[in-house]
Write a protein that binds this ligand. Structure first.
Ligand SMILES: NC(=O)C1=CN([C@@H]2O[C@H](COP(=O)(O)OP(=O)(O)OC[C@H]3O[C@@H](n4cnc5c(N)ncnc54)[C@H](O)[C@@H]3O)[C@@H](O)[C@H]2O)C=CC1
Ligand SMILES: N[C@@H](CCC(=O)N[C@@H](CSC=O)C(=O)NCC(=O)O)C(=O)O
Ligand SMILES: [Zn+2]
Ligand SMILES: [Zn+2]
Length: 375
């Protein structure tokens, strides 16, 4: 069938909106009509050429919501008409990782996903004789896409596509990092580096978990009001603090008789390796947990003095907020429908597919929290 897609033709170039061919679903696959998709910083990261796994041409996009319109042979868990959210972290419930109960990083289709193809090793998208790569197993920058059955979460059909698409990445990553990965307790202190589409959801997750002191750190002063809107209690702009932000943050978080500062939990939502180090070193001696969420470009590395770890800080990371997609995503949609979490105010801009590059420009200018393409 013919579908409309924004194609990443070449690294560093704007997306090109065009008509491409999409083959129907094969065994174990579903065809989804994508109704809306968010634009995540990771799409921009891959388009920029910084992603070691980046492939071109490709149809990017991994934060979608839509309707199942066809299923291939053997599909049992979803049917035509179901409302679904595509999952870049699938949940097969059979692989050693799924069975371990220790991680959400299902390995069933990770290798083909990284090669930009479906689990059978082929692509469903093409232009003429040329194949186009899938992206993160989702390719939601097309109005129809094909996904493995294990990579869709069936959700409440009353939920609005243009809002719940954000649960396909940003909302789940931010809230999940707090609840699943860090396991934040009531009364904790926390520092969040980067108050964008992910960081604000970390803040909303911290509010949900009952954290007392929530410090937001961003280079952009406009983010102060945004952080406060979702529960941030203090804001720090590193540009206004001077050389080293770590002693400043440690001082801010001094508590108890011994007056040792440092937050119980810190989160990097910037992708900047210097900020990742600062986040670790601003966590509390003896028990601080620092969670890396931001994605850094090819060749970049993190470092710190091993003494930071010897003295009891833990450096950890999270993908998709540690969420098991088919199990957890429907619950997060329900939390939204029940008013337990907020999404609407974070969706600052919407646009048709034809204007998708404007969404990337708004992100670059720090003007948007989330742009959503509505098909
Ligand atoms: N681990 C995972 O599963 C996921 C990771 N990500 C990654 O999370 C990161 C954040 O994504 P978004 O929130 O969508 O990006 P965004 O562009 O909306 O927000 C980034 C924020 O960080 C701020 N910032 C940049 N450098 C900073 C620094 N050195 N110190 C303090 N603040 C700084 C910016 O001003 C901006 O407000 C990206 O690296 C993205 O690729 C996104 C989704 C899932
Ligand atoms: N492909 C990159 C790393 C990109 C990355 O870390 N992706 C995250 C999700 S970011 C979403 O917006 C992720 O889930 N990683 C786990 C995975 O298995 O891909 C690289 O090679 O560095
Ligand atoms: Zn994302
Ligand atoms: Zn699995």
């Amino acid at each position: 069938m013919d579908v409309r897609a924004a194609v990443a033709v070449q690294a560093g170039k704007p997306l090109e909106v065009m008509t491409v061919k999409l083959e129907g679903p094969k065994a174990g696959e579903v065809l989804v009509e994508v109704k809306a998709t968010g634009i995540c910083h990771t799409d921009d990261f891959t388009l920029s050429g910084a992603d070691p796994e980046g492939l071109f041409p490709a149809i990017l996009g991994h934060e979608g919501a839509g309707i199942v319109v066809d299923v291939g042979p053997g599909v049992t868990s979803v049917k035509k008409g179901d409302h679904v959210i595509p999952l870049y972290t699938p949940e097969c419930r059979e692989c050693p990782s799924c069975l371990s109960r220790k991680t959400n990083l299902c390995t069933a289709i990770r290798s083909t996903q990284g090669q930009g193809v479906m689990p059978d090793g082929t692509s469903r998208f093409s232009i003429g004789k040329d194949k186009i790569h899938h992206y993160m197993g989702c390719s939601t920058f097309a109005n129809y896409t094909v996904l493995p059955e294990i990579a869709v979460a069936k959700v409440n059909p009353d939920a609005p596509f243009d809002k719940i698409c954000y649960i396909g990445c940003g909302v789940t990553t931010g809230i999940g990092a707090v609840i699943n990965t860090a396991k934040v307790e009531i009364g904790s202190t926390a520092i969040v580096f980067g108050l964008g589409g992910i960081g604000l959801n970390v803040i909303q997750g911290l509010r949900l978990a009952g954290a007392d002191m929530i410090i937001g750190v961003d280079l952009n002063n406009d983010k102060k009001a945004w952080g406060e809107r979702f529960g941030m209690t203090h804001f720090v702009n590193p540009k206004e603090v001077g050389d080293d932000i770590v002693p400043y943050l440690v001082n801010m978080t001094k508590r108890g008789a011994d007056q040792i500062g440092g937050a119980d939990y810190t989160f990097d939502c910037t992708g900047n390796t210097r900020a990742m180090r600062q986040a670790l070193e601003a966590s509390h001696r003896g028990w601080g947990k620092s969670v890396v969420i931001g994605v850094a470009g090819a060749g970049q590395e993190i470092s710190t003095r091993p003494f930071q770890l010897v003295t009891g800080r833990s450096w950890m990371g999270t993908a998709f907020g540690g969420a098991r997609g088919r199990t957890d995503v429907p619950k997060i949609v329900d939390w939204y429908m029940e008013g337990k979490i907020e999404i609407d105010p974070m969706i600052t801009h919407t646009m048709p597919l034809e204007d998708i590059n404007k969404g990337f420009e708004l992100m670059h200018g720090g003007e948007s929290i989330r742009s959503v393409v509505i098909y």
